[in-house]
Design a protein around this ligand. Structure first.
Ligand code: PGA
Length: 247
């Protein structure tokens, strides 16, 4: 599958540090009872300890994939606590999240490190889902475009544009807060990002993330250059995740 030639809407579920393996299994049992597959492309990003549950439950499903929330830029070595992209690949993962604002802000990950992580994922046959977004202070001081440009130029400095990539625009102030960027803000940011990606020679899909819920997903979906969603809180419950998919 190559994103350069496909246009299915993408729904990526970022479970963050929620769901024990038992809870993940229960989720998938309930999910597959309710979910009627359509043309969409689903990606589950569970905690690493749930990846084997994904392997068991969704590895052979059509249009449903999974990935890691974090991985290191080396494939093996004395890096206690880290996860190798090669190990993710062997588990059957297809994607790897990089640069989520929680990784940037809580764990201090910088663009230079993220660039190496993106490269390592691509080198190991995984598709990076590269997250960017401005803080509320940056937006208020009209620095949104500047921040997005820097995050893309530095974080994707080692990108192979011929290989697949997904970019997720997530304004930091909209993540987990119940505040969503308005449609105009989303449209403007996605247009800026599309322009930057064009210059790099990639037509990567651009996801919107930040408090996507069943009651706003229908409108957000119609915004130009929004090719999918990265969903946190609302992806944890089968009903709300399916409502978003159907919206
Ligand atoms: P949220 O999280 O949907 O709970 O705002 C989105 C994300 O962090 O990817």
């Amino acid at each position: 599958m190559n994103f350069h030639s496909q246009s299915d809407f993408i729904f990526a579920a970022n479970w963050k540090m929620y769901k024990t393996p038992d809870e993940a299994e229960q989720f998938f049992n309930a999910f597959f009872e309710e979910y009627k597959p359509g043309a969409e492309h689903l990606i589950f990003l569970p905690p690493a300890t749930d990846l084997y549950v994904c392997q068991k439950k969704i590895l052979h499903q059509k249009n449903i994939f999974f990935g890691g929330q974090n991985s290191y830029f080396e494939v093996k070595g004395a890096f206690t606590g880290e996860i190798s992209p090669l190990f993710l690949k062997q588990m059957g993962a297809k994607y790897g999240l990089v640069g989520h604002s929680e990784r940037r802000q809580i764990f201090g990950e910088k663009n230079e490190l993220l660039a190496k992580k993106v490269k390592a994922l691509q080198d190991n046959g995984l598709i990076p889902i590269f997250c960017i977004g401005e803080t509320i202070e940056e937006r208020k001081s009209n620095k949104t475009n500047e921040v997005l440009t820097e995050q893309i130029q530095k974080g994707l400095a080692l990108l192979n544009p011929k290989l697949d990539l997904i970019v997720a625009y997530e304004p930091v102030w909209a993540i987990g807060t119940g505040l969503t960027a308005n449609l105009e803000q989303v449209s403007e940011a996605h247009l800026t990002i599309r322009g930057l990606l064009d210059k790099m020679g990639t037509s990567a899909p651009i996801l919107y993330g930040g408090s996507v819920k069943p009651d706003n997903s229908g409108d957000l979906k119609k915004v130009k250059n929004v090719n999918g969603f990265l969903i946190g809180g609302a992806s944890l419950e089968v009903d709300s995740f399916i409502s978003i998919i159907k919206s």
